[in-house]
Design a protein around this ligand. Sequence first.
Ligand code: SAJ
Length: 406
Amino acid sequence: MVNVIGLGYIGLPTALMMASHGVEVVGTDYNPELVETLKSGKTTFQEAGLEELFAAAAAGGIRFTTEYQVTDTYIVSVPTPYDKFSKKVDPGYVTAAVREVLKVAPKGAVVVIESTVSPGTIERYVRPEIESAGFRIGEDIHLVHAPERIIPGNMVYELLHNNRTIGADDKEIGEKVAKLYASFCQGEIVVTDIKTAEMTKVVENTFRAVNIAFANELAKICRHDNMDVYEIIRICNMHPRVNILQPGPGVGGHCISVDPWFLVGDYPSLAKVIDEAMKTNDGMPDFVLNRIYEIMKEKGMTDISRVGLYGLTYKENVDDMRESPTLQLLESQERHLATGLKVYDPFIQKDVVKNQYHSLDEFLDAVDLVVIMVKHNEIREQMEKLSGKVVLDCHNICTLPGVYHI
Ligand code: SAJ
């Protein structure tokens, strides 16, 4: 039986996927409300295909509880935030989960860490936790790192099809865990050592962050000299060895906007390009705010409360707001002692910010300038509703005439 610890954005789909492929799974989370919701048969966030997967896992006998289980395999998928000051990974949730596992784990159990951690985190924090509890690693407890790679919005497909990395001290244990993931994963599963696995995960997200920062920097250069960044990127990408990503209003989510900081925090005198790239991405919400002021000036608008931000989530068609550029922009606005921007997002039902609307039509009635912060399908499909408005399109999706860009 596999005990999946932490039933969030990664743990839940992973647990469901295994249970729907013949593995006996118990999902454990320390949040009793979340466990109750899952027990009542409801999913805890929106994601394409998640409900169908839930039904298949229920048929496969998955159980949910707040209790840690006595079993031979644990998968830890709890959050790893970063300390905003030191930029280093905060391994607190991982070590706390491991401590709880050790209270019940029988001799020979395998503990798989799925959470993203910086290279050396398992060495510095997880191993001492196990050893100080009196266990011998490799005999009493086997340690494995299996970083997740799935993208919100396409999680179910990517769980099935992405290649995976398994890091283990012992090749045989690594192969055993690879076999477990192969119960559902159709991609290639590479077995390596733990530190290499830690580093690959952070490097993958850093690669994307640096490439997005490059696109954002190009957007700023092109804005400065009145060039069309989208046309330039489109043409450059026709070169066989060039593949530039898209500029945007900032980088959110719990991965691309966080993980590269681990490298800056751990290697401050070496990770120079990464440091600059992260600062560039973090500066984008402010850049958008300045664009709003510029456009208002050009249009003779003086009332910021007639400006509306479309989208609150960190990217399109998900309900996840972690580190979202819109939230960053609103914070920045408050720092500048200005408030009044209106906000709407079809994926966010609860009131989470001031001046938030829950209907697209009411939101549009209340504003003259619409800033497309997130390219949800809803706005793509109802673009004609923006005609007659001033539009600042941060994603180059609006084909109406006279649209402004970042
Ligand atoms: N973004 C841009 N321009 C682009 C692409 C993305 O501005 O061209 C922005 C998005 O709008 C968003 C942010 O970047 O705000 C991140 O979104 P994303 O779709 O690039 O990635 P995440 O954070 O949803 O998921 C990433 C993925 N990593 C890589 O693609 C290398 C995913 O595979 C990882 O599993 C995930 O991080 C994770 O959990 O680490």
